[in-house]
Design a protein around this ligand. Structure first.
Ligand code: SF4
Length: 584
């Protein structure tokens, strides 16, 4: 097995690409580790996110294409949200397309001369003008890209942005193969500033199957664990939407901009209701036999005749929280309509929903009015949120452009920072308490998946700062290792470290397999060093007052404990990521 990375580096200005081979497989594995390594090589930490030479990196892992659920791609970029290095992860077909094109990573440098679409594969690169797509929504863009590049063969993946990405919104996502996303922290704007409306990756080469009985036998065993046991069943059945009722029951589900954590309105927005009333079918990322992607539907009737137009919208726990409970919307078809409007303009659903929830409370309190929001916002008014989604994605006025930069930026101008539901970025849907608030605020991606804080908090709510910080620090390297393998994190119960070592050895990465613990730690440190090099300072992260006022099943949040946790965790992050801990 080749232990050097094969990286395709594209100069968008010159419309040319070159293949580079880079050492480091046994140091950083791939995925998250590889993206950080490539940022170390190509990144411009001293420059802002929109500098033309700032790279966008797409990286896959050493097990991609070889084992089930190794289906994610890591996107590394400097975020327009905080102007620091970050990552976003997406499924779909992209990882396998890169694998079959023969690349471990793709690095996009420079800026195309005009709005363009890029197509590449094992033997070709084509950059074509897409000026006629300016301002076009995500669905229309996808249709036109498929027509522009009809001869793409093999495992093809299409990623694209909507108008939110073109205007540089820090809430703009990158749509991946219609139903998956590089959602958070503004990857869509990072692509937009490169004048790239879309990218087609053609997995058009042959890749040999790893030889020997060891691989074949292990593949069967992993496949059996994924399909024949109940380990993954919950993800296929109701999916993560099943969490809605459970979190509401324990007073941990944000409602109405986190003014409350439970509400009887849950009865019409549970996972069961979405499945019974809206579910059309399940979908899956390439290489995944689980199929957790739940596609719901709603329909519109044409006025002029009796026909209906069906819309297919992917749903999950987080989007339902953001377009549903956080906005006080309790009709499942309304939630899907709002989600589709976020999708059309290319906005990350979680960020946009939480931002509009703040705007609604700011309206209630008289800090802003329709002069800013154009349409009157009130909790539960789905039609207003559909219009507001459009304004936020297009940046219709100064208020929406500011809000698209982040809720706290808008609050700095209009007031209302104390009820901005921002934990490093717009919150994920877990009001479980201080441990989660700390973990999301200071986590590397500000993601609920950076650590298992939200589930730990439910299992062990004991207030012990040292033990809690130890848990966060001990949980992170294994997650960084999984995302360096580009495993779907839903498969973390299958891919424990011993299983990963066996899989790596079976495909020929024996040296890497034998050193997973130090590799995981090295990846964790390298990622944080890239983040710190671009400006992250733990002591600058603050948590808005709203999180100190939350009541969960544990009672009111203990503000003093929250402060001590935040300080202790931040200090430990800065300590282990000091430059003298340089891993390479
Ligand atoms: S479980 Fe879901 S998100 Fe994970 S790889 Fe499968 S389809 Fe994709």
């Amino acid at each position: 097995m080749n232990e050097r990375f094969k990286v395709f580096v594209v100069d968008l200005e010159a419309a040319q690409g070159r293949v580079e081979t880079i050492d480091g497989r046994n140091d950083v594995a791939g995925g998250s580790g590889l993206a950080a390594l490539l940022f170390l090589r190509y990144g411009r930490p001293e420059q802002s996110w929109d500098h033309p030479e700032q790279p966008i990196i797409l990286a896959i892992g050493p097990l991609t294409g070889h084992f089930p659920l190794m289906s994610k791609t890591v996107c590394g970029f400097v975020s327009p949200y905080h102007d620091q290095y970050t990552e976003s992860h997406a499924g779909g077909r992209l990882a396998l397309a890169l694998f079959f094109a023969g690349y471990d990573a793709l690095v996009l440098l420079g800026r195309a001369k005009t709005l363009s679409c890029l197509s590449l594969g094992s033997q070709h690169l084509s950059l074509r003008d897409a000026g006629f797509m300016e301002g076009m929504n995500v669905a229309g863009t996808g249709k036109l890209i498929r027509r522009m590049f009809p001869k793409s063969s093999g495992h093809r993946s299409i990623i694209r942005i909507g108008p939110a990405g073109e205007i540089g919104s820090a809430m703009a996502c990158i749509n991946v193969d219609s139903y998956r996303h590089f959602g958070r922290l503004g990857g869509g704007a990072a692509l937009g500033v490169k004048n790239l409306k879309g990218l087609v990756v053609c997995g058009d080469a042959q890749r040999p199957v790893p030889p020997g009985k060891e691989y074949a036998g292990l593949f069967k065993e992993v496949h059996r664990q994924v399909c024949s046991t109940d380990m993954m069943h919950k993800y296929y059945h109701l999916g993560t939407a099943a969490n809605l009722r459970g979190l509401n029951d324990i007073q941990a589900l944000p409602w109405n901009n986190l003014q409350k954590t439970a509400d009887p309105g849950i009865e019409t927005v549970t996972g069961e209701v979405f499945a019974d009333r809206t579910l059309l079918r399940n979908g899956a990322c390439s290489g995944c036999p689980v199929g957790c992607i739940h596609l719901g539907f709603f329909r519109d009737r044409f006025k002029e005749d009796a026909r209906y137009l069906y819309h297919q919208v992917p749903y999950d726990y987080e989007p339902i929280f953001a377009a549903g409970t956080m906005l006080g919307v309790t009709e499942c078809f309304d939630v899907l309509r709002i989600l589709e409007d976020f999708e059309r303009v290319g906005l990350d659903a979680m960020s946009a929903g939480v931002a509009l929830a703040w705007a609604t409370e700011a309206t209630q309190r008289g800090l802003i009015s329709e002069k800013q929001t154009i349409v009157r916002l009130s909790f539960g008014d789905a039609g207003a949120y559909q219009q507001a989604a459009h304004h936020l994605g297009l940046g219709s006025n100064e208020f929406y452009r500011l809000l698209g930069g982040g809720t706290r930026k808008a609050a700095a101008e209009y007031g209302g920072d104390e009820f901005a539901c921002v934990l490093g970025q717009e919150m994920a849907g877990y009001a479980t308490g201080p441990l989660f608030f700390t973990a999301q605020s200071l986590g590397f991606r500000h993601s609920h998946l950076d650590t298992g804080a939200y589930s730990r908090e439910q299992q062990d709510p004991v207030k012990d700062v040292a033990a809690a910080v130890d848990f966060l620090l001990e949980d992170e390297p294994y997650r960084a290792l999984l995302t360096s393998m580009t495993a779907c994190l839903f498969a973390r119960s299958v891919y424990h470290p011993e299983q990963l070592a066996k899989c790596l050895a079976a495909v020929g990465y024996r040296e890497l397999a034998a050193s997973l613990e130090p590799v995981a730690e090295r990846i964790r440190v390298l990622r944080w060093q890239m983040r710190i090099a671009t400006g992250f300072r733990a002591e600058e992260i603050t948590i808005p007052k709203r999180f100190y006022q939350v009541t969960t099943w544990q009672g009111p949040v203990d503000g003093e404990y929250l402060d001590r946790l935040r300080e202790a965790y931040g200090r430990r992050i800065m300590d282990f990521a000091l430059p003298e801990a340089a891993p390479l």
